[in-house]
Write a protein that binds this ligand. Structure first.
Ligand SMILES: [Zn+2]
Ligand SMILES: [Zn+2]
Length: 215
């Protein structure tokens, strides 16, 4: 069966289930902060990163969390549309076109209780697909989420930082490794920053953040 485009339902005409037209209609994030990928008018560092430099070194977030991208990510996260992880990992790779090869990818871990509830971790599904393209290994059990934090999306912005404080614990050393944290969407960046802090304390030399979309 030829693949159908998940957005327009027409034959996609290629191996991924997204036709070229629908792919080119996705909202991209071309000019953004070198550190946190917040959309900016011109390249450089945003005011927030200048004031409070994050623990991670660089963020790749090629799409904006809007319209079709938002729908694909919501379907992936809450409705088990795992095919969307494959499509979005492919789009991520094309748009970032990056020649940077981290030693290891770490999907943002879910708390075991949340994982049981949902049955899968969308960040791990994305990491699995990026591995298939880039051949960068990913660690399934490098870090744990030891606190079942309230969902960031349900909290006001000013409470999100405190909500994830101390949420992660590393299960090993990452001495001298260059790591890419994998997640679906980045909003305030507090979650990935907290995880970056833990990875750097466990020896990581460099931590990048790779997310599909920036909110
Ligand atoms: Zn289409
Ligand atoms: Zn920034």
């Amino acid at each position: 069966m030829p693949a159908r485009c998940v957005l327009c339902r027409q034959p996609a005409g290629r191996h991924i289930s997204l036709c070229r037209e629908c792919e080119s209609s996705l909202k991209t994030n071309p000019t953004n902060c070198e550190s946190c990928a917040r959309p900016l008018q011109k390249s450089g560092l945003c005011g927030e990163c200048q004031k409070n430099p994050p623990y991670y070194d660089k963020t790749l977030a090629p799409l904006l969390y809007k319209d079709a991208v938002r729908n694909l990510l919501i379907e992936l996260k809450f409705h088990e549309k795992l095919l969307n992880a494959k499509i979005l990992a492919e789009v991520f790779t094309r748009l970032t076109n990056n020649d940077c090869h981290p030693d290891l990818m770490i999907p943002v871990p879910l708390h075991s209780g949340r994982l049981r509830e949902r049955g899968y971790n969308q960040s791990l599904e994305i990491a699995r697909e990026i591995t298939a393209i880039h051949k960068i290994p990913f660690a399934r059990k490098g870090c744990e989420r030891r606190i079942n934090t309230a969902r960031q999306s349900e909290l006001p912005m000013q409470q999100r930082k405190a909500n994830v404080r101390g949420a992660f614990q590393s299960c090993r050393r990452f001495d001298n490794l260059h790591i890419a944290i994998i997640d679906d969407v980045m909003t305030t960046g507090n979650t990935v920053n907290e995880l970056s802090k833990v990875l750097k304390k466990s020896g990581a030399r460099r931590v990048d953040v790779w997310v599909i979309a920036r909110a």
